[in-house]
Design a protein around this ligand. Structure first.
Ligand SMILES: C[S@@+](CC[C@H](N)C(=O)[O-])C[C@H]1O[C@@H](n2cnc3c(N)ncnc32)[C@H](O)[C@@H]1O
Length: 215
């Protein structure tokens, strides 16, 4: 059963988990930046020194691998120590998420972990409830100012430019995200609002499939 953590708590930070990999894996650490978009969007500093592979559906963003996260069967299995998916899961319908997470588990090493960032919809709704305008910027991101509209429906400018895959098709509360991960047989080790970023949730989940497999 996974755990929900707030504040410091069990499991510590994503950085701590990244460092906790067995020594053999540390020698050849490799992370898949799933839905990474441009390589100019920085990854968290705990991936510095790792081999970083960017995968994206957008053929024009300079990704190392152009692929749809709903089908990674063309990639070798068990090859990444971590999969980092920042602001990506909300680009799928709820009924597609089991497939997407299964594909991510396909490329994750048995002891690998998935690190996620998603919009924190509770905070967006609260801001709107408190009178914040739907099209009024809430915070700045690598894509520019982000409004409640962008967080709920997807980045308006990008979609308007014809990049339909930037549309958001689902949203997560903390409990929804935990349930989604656990039902995909991922063990939640950390789940909390991102430090200093009330409009975002971050999660770390481990691939547990091999623990469940008969020996
Ligand atoms: C909001 S951007 C996030 C970019 C970056 N990860 C970040 O945190 O700023 C969402 C990314 O997901 C990609 N994406 C959307 N649907 C996808 C799919 N089916 N397969 C792979 N990538 C997808 C988009 O092309 C885009 O680069």
């Amino acid at each position: 059963m996974g755990r929900s953590l707030t504040g410091k708590g069990l499991g510590g930070t994503p950085a701590k988990l990244a460092r906790s990999l067995p020594v053999r894996s540390v020698m050849m650490r490799k992370v898949l930046n799933a839905g990474g978009g441009s390589k100019s969007i920085p990854m968290p500093s705990h991936y510095h020194g790792w081999e970083q592979v960017v995968l994206d559906i957008d053929p024009d963003c300079g990704a190392d691998i152009v692929a749809d996260l709903r089908d990674l069967s063309g990639l070798p299995a068990d090859q990444f120590d971590a999969v980092y998916a920042s602001h990506v899961l909300e680009h799928f319908y709820p009924w597609e998420l089991p497939q997407v997470l299964e594909q991510i588990r396909h490329v994750l090493k048995p002891n690998g972990f998935l690190e996620l960032r998603v919009p924190r919809v509770e905070a967006v709704f609260q801001a709107v409830q408190d009178g914040h305008g739907i099209h009024e910027p809430l915070y700045d991101s690598a894509l520019g100012p982000i409004t409640p509209y962008d967080m709920i429906y997807g980045h308006g400018d990008a979609v308007q430019q014809g990049r339909e895959f930037m549309t958001h098709k689902t949203c997560f509360t903390l409990n929804e995200l935990r349930a989604t991960l656990e039902s995909a047989q991922l063990s939640v080790e950390l789940l909390q609002p991102t430090g200093g970023m009330q409009y975002e949730l971050c999660a770390i989940a481990r691939n547990v499939v091999n623990e469940l497999a008969p020996v």
